[in-house]
Every structure is written in structure tokens, then in C-alpha cells.
Design a protein around this ligand. Structure first.
Ligand SMILES: Cc1ncc(C[n+]2csc(CCOP(=O)(O)OP(=O)(O)O)c2C)c(N)n1
Ligand SMILES: [Mg+2]
Length: 383
């Protein structure tokens, strides 16, 4: 179920605030006047849809870690704690808009039609992966979701997304592009080039920064002396919004506002969503070496799922029985998807060489033949 909403005309969201924009506090209580759902024009069914999408994202993440522990996935990159930032922002897009994900966006792309078999196929590198195992886990792309396959280079996606936005403007299309990255990506030149070009040419680009406080072990104050990351938009003549990234309603409100502006020809925007990565950066990281357990525990109490659940409970829309039913249903969905992904088997080694270029160039075909021969020889040698 998708939304059919737009920014309500009465909603006025301001850029460059000193404090993050929020609609509900850490306890799920409304901040400001009136019920946030009514202010945002969201119905009960929309709120429940958002909550379910966040829970599904968290459960995908949980399974990602399990697959690494089971030795089935070679690597996993976490998302836990950042679900509201992803889901709230993706929810503001239309199906035909474009997404330049970053590695933490992968589990959320189910919201745009990517199937769980595809997502787990990517994590496991099996045949249900749309990229047929060409990328390391966490580098999911999907035509259906209009989500590009990201490159690993931090911030590179912002420039590519800017190029897509340039093409859309040139073709006078109505779509917008959203480009995700962490606060670490704001220290790269690509981030600045993308914002500068987008400002000059008034492109339909939204750069969405998830400030989760760390770039692996590097803390946020080591990225910049600026008070917020959102302020960086000012230098390029664009609005920069600072939002509580653990408040799904605030993230949605801010993103919907800038999406509508960009679609109407109002140009690009930068969003900084303040959030926290609850787990290690990846399965190859030991976060105890650079942050305290107390700090992590303090942020666990601000878990975006718990917070939104409390809000739903206060509206009489949720309770423990519903929670149990939802978790069980989603866990079954996920187990089923993992089974399908595993049973699909590993991609044929030829896949590495084909479907990269429309016509594979001769040197790649030559390499493919060499590899196939080596595989055959090693099989014969093993007999
Ligand atoms: C140009 C470049 N430098 C370093 C890396 C290694 N690397 C991968 S993720 C990452 C941290 C990025 O931090 P941030 O942008 O804050 O995103 P987060 O992982 O915290 O969500 C680094 C340094 C890389 N992939 N590309
Ligand atoms: Mg970060």
C-alpha cells in the first residue's frame, strides 16, 4: 500500500534550524500543536504501513547478521537504528523517482518493490540477486525500485545522482532523484561538486545525509567544525534541513516538502538526518574500540521503532498482540525468502563477463574462456 499524499499546504518546514526538526519526542509524544498525523495529512493506515516497513527493515537486518554468523554471507553492513531515516524519506517519493542508495539503504528498498528474495540474494550472492553476485553484500540495486547499484567509493553516488538529475531536467521529466550518504560523505569533494552543480542548474536533486555520528571509527566532530552538516547547503545557495532522523514522521515531512519543491521546479535541497548506528559498522568492525557501551545503550533508548510504536499505542493503533503477530509474519516471510535465495544457487561464472557491456568486448570474452578452462582443469585435477 502506498501513500497518495502531498505536503499539506499548511505545513511550513524551515531550513537551517539550530535544533533538529521533530514531530514526536523520544517517548513518542507529539511535539508542537496538534496530532502530527493530522498535521501531515496521514491516515491511520499510512502510519501502520510506515511502522510495518520499519519493522521489516529491522528484521531483514537481524537476518543479515545471522547469515554472517552462519558462515553463509561473507560480509554484512548494518542498518539497525537508521530505519526511520530510510523509510521516512523513501516514503516521500513517487514510484517513478530515482534512488541513489548507499550501502545502508539496501534493506529498505522493499518499500519500492524490491523483493526479499532479491535482497537476500544480493547478501548471499546467489541467482536471485538482480546483479548476479557481481557486487559485495550491501551493494544492492534494483530496476524495479529505480535504485542504482552503488559504487563503494564514499560520496561518488552524489555526483552520479546529480548527473541523473541533470538528464531529467534536460528532458523536462517530472521525476526527482534522492542520493543517500553518511556524514562521512560530506567530507569528500564529490558531495560539494554535486551540490554546486545542482544549485547552479537548479536540478531536481535531494542529497540525504544520514548523520549516524561515525564514519567507521571516525567521530562526527572529526568530519567538520560546522555546527550542522545541513548548513553546508548555504554556500551553494540551497536550503539545508536538519531533521531528527529517528522520527519517521519528521523525516517524511521534511523529505516530502523538498521532493514537492524539486518536482515543481524549485531546485535541489540538502537534508541532514540525525541518527545513530546501533551496531558495528559492518561484520568486519569492532565498535568497542572507539565508542562506549554506555553511549550505545543511551541511543538504544531512542530506537526509532520503539518511539514510533509508543506513538501508535498512544493513538490506540497498536498493542503487544499486534506486535507479536507482525513480527511472526515478517520473520516467516524472511525465512521463506532466504530459503528461496539459497536454493537459487550460485550464478554461472560467465555472468561476471556478460551483461556488463551490451556486447562483451573481445578481451573479456578471452578472459571468460580462460576462466572456464581453468575451472574445467581444476575439476579434472580434483577427480
Ligand atoms: C573514498 C573512500 N574512502 C574510504 C572508504 C572506506 N569506507 C567505507 S564506508 C566508510 C565510512 C563512511 O562513513 P559515513 O559516510 O559516515 O557513512 P556510514 O557508514 O556511517 O553510514 C569508509 C571510510 C571508501 N569506501 N571510499
Ligand atoms: Mg556515518
Amino acid at each position: 500500500m502506498s501513500k497518495e499524499t502531498q505536503t499539506p499546504p499548511s505545513l511550513k518546514i524551515q531550513p537551517f534550524t539550530e535544533e533538529p526538526i521533530r514531530f514526536i519526542d523520544d517517548e513518542g509524544r507529539p511535539v508542537g500543536e496538534g496530532d502530527p498525523a493530522a498535521v501531515l495529512g496521514l491516515e491511520d493506515s499510512h502510519l501502520l504501513f510506515l511502522y510495518e516497513a520499519m519493522v521489516r527493515t529491522r528484521e531483514i537486518d537481524r537476518m543479515g547478521w545471522i547469515l554472517v554468523r552462519q558462515g553463509k554471507a561473507a560480509f554484512y553492513i548494518s542498518i539497525g537504528g537508521q530505519e526511520a531515516a530510510h523509510i521516512g524519506s523513501l516514503y516521500a517519493l513517487d514510484p517513478e523517482d530515482w534512488v541513489m542508495p548507499y550501502y545502508r539503504t539496501e534493506p529498505s528498498l522493499h518499500l519500492r518493490g524490491a523483493t526479499l528474495e532479491e535482497i537476500f540474494g544480493q547478501i548471499l550472492g546467489t541467482n536471485t540477486d538482480p546483479s548476479k553476485g557481481r557486487q559485495m553484500p550491501g551493494h544492492f540495486g534494483s530496476k524495479k525500485a529505480r535504485a542504482f547499484v552503488l559504487g563503494s567509493t564514499v560520496a561518488l553516488g552524489h555526483v552520479t545522482a546529480m548527473g541523473v538529475a541533470m538528464a531529467l531536467k534536460y528532458r523536462k521529466e517530472r521525476q526527482v532523484v534522492i542520493s543517500y550518504g553518511g556524514e562521512g560523505s560530506t567530507s569528500e569533494g564529490h558531495f560539494h561538486s554535486a551540490l554546486n552543480f545542482a544549485g547552479v542548474f537548479q536540478l531536481p536533486l535531494i542529497v540525504f545525509i544520514q548523520n549516524n555520528h561515525y564514519a567507521i571509527s571516525v567521530p562526527r566532530p572529526r568530519q567538520t567544525a560546522a555546527k550542522t552538516l545541513a548548513i553546508k547547503a548555504k554556500a551553494y545557495g540551497l536550503p539545508g534541513y536538519y531533521v531528527d532522523g529517528n522520527d519517521v514522521l519528521a523525516v517524511y515531512a521534511v523529505t516530502q516538502t523538498v521532493v514537492d519543491q524539486a518536482r515543481a521546479g524549485g531546485g535541489p535541497a540538502l537534508i541532514e538526518a540525525l541518527t545513530y548506528r546501533l551496531d558495528p559498522h559492518s561484520s568486519a568492525d569492532d565498535d568497542k574500540r572507539y565508542r562506549s557501551t554506555e553511549e550505545v545503550e543511551a541511543w538504544r533508548r531512542k530506537d526509532p521503532l520503539i518511539r514510533f510504536r509508543k506513538y501508535l499505542e498512544s493513538k490506540g493503533l497498536w498493542d503487544e498482540t499486534k506486535e507479536q503477530e507482525l513480527r511472526e509474519r515478517i520473520q516467516k516471510e524472511i525465512e521463506n525468502a532466504v530459503e528461496i535465495a539459497e536454493n537459487a544457487g550460485l550464478p554461472d561464472p560467465r555472468e561476471m563477463f556478460l551483461e556488463v557491456y551490451a556486447d562483451a568486448p573481445p578481451h573479456l570474452l578471452e578472459e571468460m574462456q580462460e576462466l572456464l578452462q581453468e575451472i574445467q582443469e581444476s575439476r579434472q585435477g580434483g577427480k
